[in-house]
Design a binder for this molecule. Structure first.
Ligand code: CA
Length: 224
């Protein structure tokens, strides 16, 4: 589960991050409103934890900009004790829930679980199917027709990303962020290399091609 944590208090951010990572969330952190907008727009997070009082832009402004630009990721606002107006303003601009500081980490985790449960594609989906290719998300297994395809963890995440966006162009930058992580700073050509590996596995001789190269941009999983 990928989570964007937007919090400028360094100690709190560190502590929250530690707790979330121990619960197997993959956490990216922003410490100001402008970075939060950029990261929230560029990446597909499963959930965003957003503090209200932030440098550059407030959490309320961040939330409004994200919603106006079509980002539907569930947002949990962190508001200061007693600031009822913040709570109301946050919900008005499209936040899904709020938590009053100081909060217990267990409550944070419970609220996040509740938010994620509301997204059917996160909790209920067990497999993705495109043409005769099936990706079993619980068993971590791929089948092309009747043939099982062995994938590495990286290949699996890459294939899952493409299959989740079937018919859409997924840019190299987005693939890098999603599969290799926001902090990856190596060569972007690693994406091309891995798509090559993946094609060799899911498009054996005689099988119809499924991944199309969009020159200069990225890749598309074809609808079959
Ligand atoms: Ca703050």
């Amino acid at each position: 589960m990928r989570l964007l944590l937007v919090e400028d208090e360094e100690r709190l951010a560190r502590a929250v991050r530690r707790v979330l990572e121990s619960e197997r969330y993959q956490v990216d952190h922003a410490d100001n409103g402008a970075d939060a907008v950029t990261m929230g727009q560029q990446s597909d997070y499963d959930v965003i934890v957003l503090d209200v009082m932030l440098p550059i832009m407030t959490g309320i402004q961040v939330c409004r900009v994200l919603r106006e630009s079509g980002v539907k990721t569930p947002i949990l606002m962190l508001t200061a004790l007693g600031e009822v107006e913040d709570k109301v303003a946050g919900l008005d601009v499209g936040a899904d829930d709020y938590l009053v500081k100081p909060f217990a980490f267990d409550e944070l985790l419970a609220r996040l679980r509740a938010l994620l449960r509301r997204r059917p594609e996160v909790s209920q989906e067990t497999s993705l199917i495109v043409a005769d290719l099936e990706l079993d998300l619980t068993k971590h297994r791929a089948m092309r027709g009747d043939i099982e395809v062995e994938l590495t963890a990286t290949e699996f995440r890459l294939l899952e990303l493409l299959m989740r966006h079937v018919g859409q162009v997924v840019s190299r930058v987005r693939i890098l962020e999603r599969v290799w992580g926001y902090t990856y700073d190596g060569q972007a050509s690693v994406v091309d290399t891995y798509v090559h590996y993946l094609r060799a596995k899911i498009e054996p001789e005689g099988a119809a091609p499924l991944i199309r190269t969009v020159r200069g941009v990225g890749y598309t999983m074809m609808e079959g």
